[in-house]
Design a protein around this ligand. Sequence first.
Ligand code: FMN
Length: 340
Amino acid sequence: MLSSWSANRFTGAFSLSTPIALAPMALATGGALSAACARAGALGLVGGGYGDLDWTRREYEAAVTLLEGDDHALSRLGCGFITWKLAEDRNALDWLLDQPQKPAAVMLSFGDPGPFARDLRRQSIPLICQIQTIAQLPQALDAGAAVIVAQGTEAGGHGMNDLDGRSTFTLVPEIADALARRAPQVLLLAAGGIADGRGLAAALMLGADGALIGSRLWASTESLAAEKAKQVALLATGDDTARSGIFDILRGKNWPECFDFRAIRNGLHRQWEGRVAALRADPGRAVQDYLEGVRQEDYDRSHITVGQGIGLIHELLPAAQVIVQIDEDARALLPDRHRD
Ligand SMILES: Cc1cc2nc3c(=O)[nH]c(=O)nc-3n(C[C@H](O)[C@H](O)[C@H](O)COP(=O)(O)O)c2cc1C
């Protein structure tokens, strides 16, 4: 059991025992992983992703069932969605907002949170907005975000494209300064490349109130990622990932151009690097190749979604163990004013 971080605003606001939020990773952060993180004292955000109603319902309900009888852990369960997709179909969000077990927070990333913010506010559900640039901050604040997640390009999965993206190391303190001036009550989490206690301690030293962690918890026993993908990923270093739109084209995901995707830079990815326009114009054969890779679990052809932090991850562990280790290692590194 983790002792308290009484001086920390994020743990205080969400009754956490560690300043960690589990990233709502589409198709990977299911009920078991979110429940394990919530039970371990972190904020557990189910990966509502593209807003598939059946998936969201099944996994959110699974988490609630797993946490039955543990009111503290239940109060740390939330959900996240990809905002531009919700704008096309908001059924999963509407379903969630009707649940007797109200989410502790809803996280919206990649798009304008404004149209959904009023419904969250009406139910006093805190809004978490993940952003990638300083320019996106006013939109998130106007929507009433209680928490900003500053996501650097080290992150696994989607984020700002290479041209406009920022690294975590400069984005976090710049957003911390902007919040101190404009909205000091709003909390800040760092995301992108945080996979151990050093990363959490660094995030806090850079001015964040906590960290949102994806890849390190993707590589946990509870994550819904395929077992073989986890094993392959453990062999990678931080050099072995890349950002591009290639896998989105291969999967037929119609992402807005400002966003792209970090995954392991496998053979199929290398084949299309520098030829993305040609792939987009005529994806047919490459899509067949990719789908065959998915069918055969051939990860040189199908994607594995992790960030640069994968080079810091060497074993699959239960999520609670990951969280305790990160928490303890960060505490050992931090000056007293952060951890009392
Ligand atoms: C497998 C995977 C899936 C992701 N899916 C989503 C998603 O559906 N929605 C979202 O807001 N962020 C998603 N992300 C990004 C995370 O929210 C977060 O920014 C990122 O994982 C942080 O960087 P890290 O992976 O280095 O910890 C995903 C990340 C990964 C690794």
